[in-house]
Every structure is written in C-alpha cells, then in structure tokens.
Design a protein around this ligand. Sequence first.
Ligand SMILES: Cc1cc2nc3c(=O)[nH]c(=O)nc-3n(C[C@H](O)[C@H](O)[C@H](O)COP(=O)(O)OP(=O)(O)OC[C@H]3O[C@@H](n4cnc5c(N)ncnc54)[C@H](O)[C@@H]3O)c2cc1C
Length: 463
Amino acid sequence: MSKQSVDTQRHRVVVIGSGFGGLFGTKALKRADVDVTLIAKTTHHLFQPLLYQVATGILSSGEIAPATRIILRKQKNAKALVGDVTAIDLTAQTVTSHLLGQQTVTPFDSLIVAAGAQQSYFGNDQFARYAPGMKTIDDALELRGRILGSFEQAELATSQEERDRLMTFVVVGAGPTGVELAGQIAELADRTLEGAFRNIDPRDARVILLDAAPAVLPPMGEKLGLKAQRRLEKMGVEIQLNAMVSDVDADGIVVKEKDGTERRIECACKVWSAGVQASALGKQLAEQSDGTEIDRAGRVIVEPDLTVKGHPNVFVVGDLMSVPGVPGMAQGAIQGATYAAKQIKHELGGADPAARKPFKYFDKGSMATVSRFNAVAQVGKLEFGGVIAWVAWLALHLYYLVGSRNRLITVISWFVTFLGRGRGQMAATEQQVFARLAIEQVEAHRAAEERERHEIAERQATG
Ligand SMILES: Cc1cc2nc3c(=O)[nH]c(=O)nc-3n(C[C@H](O)[C@H](O)[C@H](O)COP(=O)(O)OP(=O)(O)OC[C@H]3O[C@@H](n4cnc5c(N)ncnc54)[C@H](O)[C@@H]3O)c2cc1C
C-alpha cells in the first residue's frame, strides 16, 4: 500500500469530508505513522441529527458544529484544509480543491472519501427555492428564520386567508428528520410562542407532515411508525400519507393523491426532508474505476472492503457508499471510516490488501424523537417508544456530540426547553432567510463572467 511513498516521506492519507465518516476516520489514524490531510467544504464537523433543534431554536449552531481545526488541534499528524473538492484523479493520486478561486492539489497514497449526500428533490430542483432542505447549518438557520418570520408576518396579516397561509407549516418527508421537525415546530408554536403575540395565537398554527409513502418512519417498521404517527396527531400535527408533492411555489404546494387528483395547500413555510442524492464525487470515482458503478441515489457500489475496483487504496465510506444492509446513518459512516483507517494502519506494517477481511456492519439500532418525553427506538428485535426511548435518545446523542463544553451547554438547553418552555436561540436575521438565494445569484453571476472571459480568450486565440 505504501508503494507510492518514498523513504523520506510518510504515508499520505487524504480524507474528504468532516462529517461522521471524515472525522472518525481521521481520529482513528491518530497513532498511525502517517500524515493525514482532511479536506472539507466547511470549517466545521456537523452533528446532523440535531440540526432540527437548531432550526427550532433549542440549540445554537456552535453546539452541533465545532470547528474541525480545533477538534484536531492535538492530533499532530493531521491537518485540516478547507476547500470544495472538484476533482479526484485516481491515476495521478491527487485531490483538487478550491477555496474562493484558489486551487490546491493534494497528493495521496491512501484516500478516504466521506463526502456524504445532499437533499434530493427527485429531479425537481426548482422546488429548493421555496422548500429548503435540512442538511447544513445554513439550511437550519434559514428554516429558523422562515418559521419565526412566518409568525411575524402572520401578526401583521390583514386577512384571515393570509394569516392561515402564513401559519401553515408543511414538512415534506415523514422519515426521522420530518417527524422530529414537525414535532418541534408544533411544540414551538404551542409552548414557546404561546402568549407572545397580540394579534395571533401561535397555537392556531397548522403543522402538516406529508409523504408519498403510505406510512410514517417506514424504515422503523409499522408498529413504531404508527406509534410516532399517533403521538404527532395527539399534538395536532396533520399527517397526510400517499401524498406526492407535484409543485412548490412561494405561496404553497400542490399535492397529487394516489388516484391522480391534485389539491393545493396554501402555506408560506415549507421544508424538504424527503430523499438524498450522494455527492457527485461518487460518479467521478466510478467513472475512473473499471467495473465500479453507482446506484440510483449516486452512491458508490463499493467492494466488500469499501474500496473502488482496482484501487485498494481508495475507500468510500458513509452516505456516499452503497453497501447492502448498511443504512445511511451516523453509525454506518463511523464504522466504515474506522474500518478503512484500520486497513491503512495494518498495511503500513506490511499486511497484504488482498487478505483484508470484508467490512462488517454492527447494527446498533435506530431512534427518532417525536416530542419532548417521547421517542421511538429499535434495537435489534426490540422495539419500544415513550419516555424510556426518549431518555435513551438524549443519552446517545450527548455521547456522540463532539466536545465537553458542547455537551454541557446542550444538557442545559434541553433542561430549559423540555422542562420549561424557553428556547435560547430565537434570533433570526435577514441574512439567514435570504443569503442562500443571494449567494446563488452571486455564483451565477460569477459563472457568467467566467464563461464570458473564457469566450473572449478563445476568440482572441483563434484570431
Ligand atoms: C437532518 C438529519 C438528521 C439525521 N438524523 C440522524 C439520526 O438521528 N441518527 C443517525 O444515525 N443518522 C442521522 N442522520 C444521518 C447521518 O447524519 C449521516 O448518515 C451521516 O452524517 C453520514 O456521514 P458522512 O460522513 O458520510 O457524511 P456527512 O456527515 O454528510 O459529511 C459529509 C462531509 O463532506 C463534505 N463534503 C461534501 N462534498 C464535498 C466536496 N465536494 N468537497 C469537500 N467537502 C465535501 C461536507 O462538507 C461534510 O463535511 C441524519 C441526517 C440528517 C441530514
């Protein structure tokens, strides 16, 4: 495996991504005789399972997104590099990244690609304009701004029709994220905002959770799905199943029923949590590796040792890998990345990559919170819900949260929110609400200028 290294140089490992896969892979190499470069688009690690609590004002972004550079401060063999990876060259063994027009080419001997996935709109990317996803800190802050902004506008509304539209919140996708979000928007309206407005009663807010599938939380089975559904309904959340979104605009969404009929829901605030599309880096890798393919979601169908065919030094882990029986969850990423790091360390000592044992996933179960004091959990064949599941959920999330300060502040915030009514992060700024679309415009403008420069250069070159 170290054939590319020269004697004077340590084995170079490049890790792409600072999510669960990237961070745990890097940490697992702490004591290895290697130099690790972790390249990621963001300056932080992100604990995605708690994004919905940032969106609904319980936690601040810093608590779930600590700076990668600071996490790795004491890991002397690791360095963090911020940049958007645009190219991986498996022949030259390099990774090319960009930060604000500056290009960096990083060579590697071993590569761990943990670039994760983005929201998928199933071919309807135009929906994103009005229904942001829930994948990044920016998404969560934008959603917080949109939720709180809708209540503010409703307070000023001059007609009941307008007020109803502004106080209708639609969450598309009834998976764990959708369930958690719908539950928290309902609790925010019922408990935290109660009595805070003069012209509206936030408890009149309508929260709708809809999905094209016939059940809530399909991966967790019928029993737990029904448990979560009943709890949400008790809280006043409307569940609409077998309902496919066929259009989204600024003022509402159009839903297509199973029988083909369409109906419209007037709503200002909507959020999309219905599907994932793996990073485009997966396609790049597959194109360079004879015999490696990607699945429908763009995930790389990896070999049993999580590598791409013909490149035993290139591992793909986490949400970007497609391995039967391994869900797109934090544990899949952590275990995959730790496995990859273990192979790298093992082979530095002379072990043969051909003799690797295949990756084995250990299923630790799955959980989703529905409301305060209520969650559903599945551990092996055991399925349970209610307060016990909720406490287990809190403990597990605290355990995996990075940094003792973050854990302490999170516990305090949870006490305040779940035992009382307060939420400490109720600020929303204009930037949060409008920055995404403004950045898109700036980027489109920059791309147009780049194209124009390119065309002028070409015309000049051809005389
Ligand atoms: C809202 C939400 C709730 C969730 N809840 C749970 C839960 O309760 N339990 C659970 O187990 N799982 C949950 N998950 C899933 C879990 O978070 C993911 O499975 C896990 O984060 C996957 O880890 P990863 O390292 O593969 O990808 P990610 O954590 O997504 O990290 C990807 C990294 O790659 C970087 N990156 C991407 N493209 C590039 C590029 N071109 N150049 C440079 N860097 C790049 C990103 O910036 C990021 O740092 C949830 C996910 C979401 C979105």
